[in-house]
Design a protein around this ligand. Structure first.
Ligand code: FAD
Ligand code: NAD
Length: 448
């Protein structure tokens, strides 16, 4: 560590902590030619290309094709460019943008320091991502060498014979499918009574059926209470009186925004608390401090990180009109069949009499091109506007149908107008159309 006299000093417009998806989107969208320093102590590109989205989707693909773990791992290493971040550096760095490959921390609202640098900036952007949360589980520390995060699991040298996954959220579901496809005996513990229990019960049940269809043992309403070492294995003790012996335990109980170790105490903030953020991405403190991506405590998706980055860039150097909530939340979970979620859930809209939900499990599609029949779709309309507000579903092709739904919601396309369009035959668009017909009937022409 340099003494203050030896630090290289920078005086810039924007300093960004972290160089993941959110930071790249922000820097790419900064208007004009601002002077920027980005600090990153690991790989430029962040989690998505090396340890998250890309390798997980690669392994799902290879598992479904029946490839071996060794073959899939060889392909994974190629997909993550053997952890060479050169292409991401080339995309990020341009005239006026400098990369400091060191861990940074705030010393005040306009100053970020690292081992060898001190950066003074008008604006500070936190883009430090999130890290797997380890639940406070009795015995976890004693068996830590057998406990994986998702990043460990995706890079594993071999497939465990028996794997316990703690948490039946997005990571739990996707990774249970990966390891089931590659031959592990997988058990998933989910303390809630249902997976994605804020969605329509028909959708949640279809997700559970998809997880089980891959061969996974799914324990809903069951919480792990302790981990015990037993020879080379771990015993997972649960609150239903069960004890299962496994080779590895994968923790998938959520990801905590990385707010510790970045000096936000200097702003008067508690790193253990969520960042106090307004709807523009600005942290409610003195100065011009912003947060984008997973660290913001909002949606934890790459496309959300990109959106956050672009919104904040707009405020720093552009027109500053955009809000984080300007666009609808959307995501996919890559099971077989895939799941899509767009907009608020049934639980979120409870009590709003102007929101009408149409729920169906009958896909109505001619099945000439697939055996797949499992599907459930819940679509919400706003009675006041006659437009779609949300759609949550699981079914073949929903990971691509999602974009049409996003456009329909963000574009506030009237349901009546959508019903005038042609839906190519035979596609899952038929199920979407059935929901729209039902909603049109129940909301009346053109809404109310
Ligand atoms: C297994 C898995 C699968 C996923 N699959 C999908 C998917 O299919 N689709 C999807 O949309 N999302 C997916 N996600 C979520 C997605 O990966 C994240 O939402 C996204 O990567 C967040 O981007 P970010 O820029 O906020 O953070 P990150 O990409 O994590 O970047 C933060 C960067 O900050 C750096 N950093 C942290 N602290 C400091 C510091 N003090 N100084 C300097 N640098 C620092 C870190 O090293 C890191 O590079 C998945 C996540 C996981 C775990
Ligand atoms: N396809 C995608 O876009 C994709 C894929 C993977 C991850 N992600 C992102 O990563 C984020 C983190 O994923 P995640 O699955 O870790 O979090 P999550 O919030 O989706 O799910 C966590 C689950 O763990 C359960 N849980 C909580 N405490 C527990 C405990 N002590 N024991 C057992 N279960 C417990 C919760 O009830 C919940 O169902 C997601 O929110 C998502 O945004 C996205």
């Amino acid at each position: 560590m340099s003494t203050p006299d030896e630090l290289t000093r920078h005086d810039v417009d924007v300093v960004v902590l972290g160089a993941g998806s959110a930071a790249a989107a922000l820097v790419g969208a900064l208007a004009g030619e601002p002077r920027v320093v980005v600090m990153e102590d690991a790989l430029v590109g962040g989690e998505c290309p090396y340890d998250a989205c890309v390798p997980s989707k690669g392994l799902l693909h290879d598992g479904a094709l029946g490839r071996s773990w060794e073959t899939a791992q060889t392909r994974r290493r190629g997909l993550v460019h053997h952890r060479d971040d050169g292409p991401h550096v080339d995309d990020l760095v341009r005239p006026g943008v400098e990369l400091v490959r060191e861990r940074g921390w705030l010393v005040d609202a306009h100053t970020v320091r690292s081992a060898h640098h001190e950066v003074r900036a008008e604006h500070v952007v936190l883009a430090t991502g999130a890290a797997a949360s380890l639940p406070p589980l009795d015995g976890l520390d004693d068996v830590r060498d057998r406990v994986w995060t998702s990043a460990d699991a995706l890079r594993a040298s071999s497939v465990p014979a028996r794997l316990a996954i703690l948490g039946g959220g997005v990571i739990g579901c996707e990774l249970s499918r990966i390891f089931s496809l590659f031959g592990s005996d997988v058990v998933v513990y989910e303390p809630e009574d249902h997976l994605f229990g804020t969605l329509a019960p028909e959708v949640s049940e279809a997700v559970e059926a998809a997880v089980r269809a891959a061969g996974t043992e799914l324990l809903t309403g069951v919480a792990p209470t302790a981990l015990r070492r037993h020879g080379d294995r771990v015993v997972v003790v649960d609150d239903a009186g069960g004890e299962r012996h496994v080779d590895r335990v994968l923790v998938a109980t959520g990801r905590t925004p990385r707010t510790t170790g970045i000096g936000i105490e200097s702003l008067g903030l508690d790193p253990e608390e969520p960042l106090p953020l307004d709807d523009t991405g600005r942290v409610r403190v003195e100065g011009s401090v912003w947060a984008v991506g997973d660290v913001s405590g909002r949606q934890q998706y790459t496309h959300a990180a990109n959106h956050h980055g672009r919104v904040v860039a707009d405020h720093l150097t552009g027109s500053g009109r955009r809000r984080l909530s300007d666009v609808v939340d959307a995501a996919c979970m890559f099971l077989d069949p895939p799941m899509m979620t767009v907009g608020p859930s049934i639980a979120d809209t409870a009590g709003d009499d102007d929101v009408v939900w149409s729920v169906t499990t009958e896909d109505g599609v001619v099945r000439a091109n697939t055996d797949e029949r499992r599907a459930a779709l819940a679509v919400a309309a706003d009675r006041r506007t006659g437009t779609v507000l949300a759609a949550h579903g699981i079914g073949a092709g929903f990971d691509e149908l999602v974009h049409a739904v996003v456009v329909a919601v963000d574009g506030r396309v009237p349901i009546d107008r959508m019903l005038e369009s042609m839906v190519p035959f035979p596609t899952m668009g038929a199920m979407w159309r059935t929901a729209l017909e039902d909603l049109a009937e129940r909301t009346g022409p053109g809404g109310r």
